[in-house]
Design a binder for this molecule. Sequence first.
Ligand SMILES: [Zn+2]
Length: 382
Amino acid sequence: MHPHDEVDSLMSLITDFSACSGQVINIQKSGCFFSKNCNPDFFVSLIRQLNIGKIDLNEKYLGIPLFIRRSKSEAFGHLADHFDKRAAKWKAYRVISSQNRTQLSTQQSKVYKDSWNTPVLPKVQLFLWKCIRNILPTKSRVFRFTTEQDNLCILCDDSMIETAEHLLLHCFFSKAIWAIIPGGNLVLQDSSVGIDIHTWIYKWISSCKDKTMLCQILTTAWTIWRDRCFKNFQGKSQNATATASYAMKIAGETIQSVTITHTPTITQVIIPQHTLMVLPSNCIMMYCDAPYINISNKIGIGIYLVDETGNYGGCKTITGITRDSEEAESLAILVAADWERSLNFEAICINSDAKNPVSFFKNKNNQTSWFSNSILEDSILF
Ligand SMILES: [Zn+2]
């Protein structure tokens, strides 16, 4: 067949394909590959008429060979070389960064480590880290990087530049809060000496042995920043007394949760024998409880199963998240009910120490929330 005819057939094929598929072939990015059986004179005239280039056997697209021949190592050898070069650089980088790490460990890593081990909420720890790194986005810092013209403290009317030191130690609003907070007099003493925020925070973290006071002071510092953000971004007016009481509330909850986490109480299960005596035949008793951590909303459900003869029948533990302790206790009852039914006993007996959920079953003075109600109803209907 004459090359002209070949080209005409090919072009009409491409035109039909474009019409049917709605896609247009980019001729400039196309190439022709000919098998070795083709006559060189033939394919030269063909690519001239098509006006597209000839591609070789070792042609690549995005670094990947278009034609993979018998030898894979030959086809992909360039990728292995490329990777080796990058890996060699990466090793060099690792050496450099490990040197940096060594420098950090001698100078600052203790400060960072101590700040992350401070008994405060994770968001307060993050705030402390920003203070230590001097990257808290106060107006004085933001002022340097934007066209924003206002760099004055929003909490006082003293036309003072808002730095972290001013905001947390020298501002009249903050001083009013420190005057209320337990241990705040020590902070007021700190504010009278020209201390920078990095040194101030680290001084408290490293030297304060009273964990409750440490938590209160650092949580209060975060609360001042929090309320400053509320005023700055939402225009909420702030009140020193309200800020102080919120800080104390958060600090109190934090201390409570930290105490729970660090000194877990070991519960000894005591099974009252007289309860077992009144159980009907083919009945099973389940003791269920669900401790709840209000700072994280985490719960742990524990169920202990005893048969009518008083023998241990099994146990089950489940973790989860609920809105409050009542919902946690209700869920424990639901899980226990579900489990007991799966065991095909004629009668079930669930023992719980949760006052409101138990009252729910007794139809007495029902004070459970709507979401606990629906869980408890499910435990009956299961
Ligand atoms: Zn101020």
